[in-house]
Design a protein around this ligand. Structure first.
Ligand code: TRP
Ligand code: SF4
Length: 324
């Protein structure tokens, strides 16, 4: 079985956009691949200033994954920093990665712009650490969103260079593009985002919180009064109905246009359907959260299994480089 490797940064709780994009895909891949899923806490340090929050985010992310159906018996689920071999491999890879490759990466340029007072060395090396993540476990298939393609291209180049210099050691990792359905923000603009206040519905929200957030969401600004006809094509609530009220969505659109349905009722229906769709995952999440040491045990076992692979790879790497 080919190995899948993917990682997510523990910088916030996962929301619906993550669930319908990345996580559901992780779950499906378990059938066909040997999967390794990593909570990349070291990567989180490139942007996370409040490091006292990181343990909470790690636990939240693990709970979201487990509740969604990532099976820790089958897949390895672990925390990056618990297998420190990755930092050693990162250092070796950094010696064969031209700085010019890293300065060209679009995510680096964006982050440098977003945090001009904190353009740290780690931020530049972010894709080198990501490469180390993947190849330490000899990952071949890497499910990621489109924004990560430049990182994966770089990972392939670094891997080729290592193999060229020291002999065939690593498979060249390949991106497997995850189709992210566009889950719109509740604030009326763009897509659901963890950084924009009021924009997202988290997996961990209760049904009541979900309803409250939907009721507060922005709709078609042309509908000031109940009698005003609406334009469902500009309304994010309508887009969300496509995912959660598939069989009713065309009727909802029709009724909106002739002011047959008001926004309040339209939102109530969405909240009801969304809460029904999420009930299972939320229940499992609450069950796992209630077992005192469950998450800790899963992550400890994952790290143990990951370490076995990492140690074998590093023995081979040190030999090949000539450090042993
Ligand atoms: N850079 C990825 C992101 O921000 C997270 C990540 C770190 C990752 N290491 C990885 C993804 C290895 C895939 C494989 O989403
Ligand atoms: Fe949006 Fe529904 Fe209101 Fe139409 S009725 S504007 S689709 S919330």
């Amino acid at each position: 079985m080919k190995r899948v490797f993917s990682g997510a940064r523990p910088t916030a709780r996962q929301h619906l956009g993550n669930l319908l994009g990345a996580i559901d895909n992780y779950v499906k891949l378990q059938k066909e691949y040997d999967c390794v899923y990593c909570i990349v806490d070291i990567h989180a340090l490139t942007t996370l200033q409040e490091t006292d929050k990181i343990q909470g985010y790690i636990r939240d992310l693990a709970l979201d994954w487990l509740a969604a159906g990532i099976d820790p018996q089958k897949s390895i689920v672990f925390v990056q920093s618990e297998v420190p071999e990755v930092t050693e491999l990162h250092t070796y890879l950094s010696m064969l990665t031209p700085l010019s490759w890293l300065l060209r990466v679009p995510t680096f340029k964006e982050k440098a712009k977003a945090q001009p007072d904190n353009i740290n060395y780690g931020l530049v090396g972010y894709p080198v650490l990501q490469t180390a993540d993947i190849i330490l476990y000899k990952g071949e298939v890497v499910p990621v969103g489109e924004d990560q393609l430049p990182h994966l291209e770089l990972a392939r180049e670094i891997t080729r260079r290592f193999n060229g210099l020291f002999g065939d050691t690593f498979p060249e990792p390949k991106a497997k593009l995850t189709e992210f359905p566009l889950i719109p923000s509740l604030t009326g603009t763009n897509k659901m985002s963890k950084s924009e206040e009021g924009s997202a519905i988290d997996i961990a929200h209760t049904a009541e919180e979900t309803t409250a957030r939907i009721m507060a969401a922005v709709t078609d600004p042309a509908r000031k009064f109940r009698k005003d006809p609406g334009h469902p094509e500009v309304c994010n609530i309508h887009t969300l109905h496509k995912y959660f009220s598939a069989s009713a969505v065309s009727e909802i659109g029709k009724q909106c246009r002739i002011a047959g349905i008001g926004c309040v009722d339209c939102k109530k229906l969405l909240a009801k359907n969304m809460n029904e769709a999420l009930a299972g995952i939320r229940e499992r999440r609450a069950d796992f959260a209630a077992k005192p040491d469950y998450v800790k045990e899963v992550l400890a076992d994952g790290a143990k299994r990951a370490r076995v692979i990492a140690r074998a790879t590093m023995d081979e790497v040190r030999q090949k480089i000539g450090l042993r």
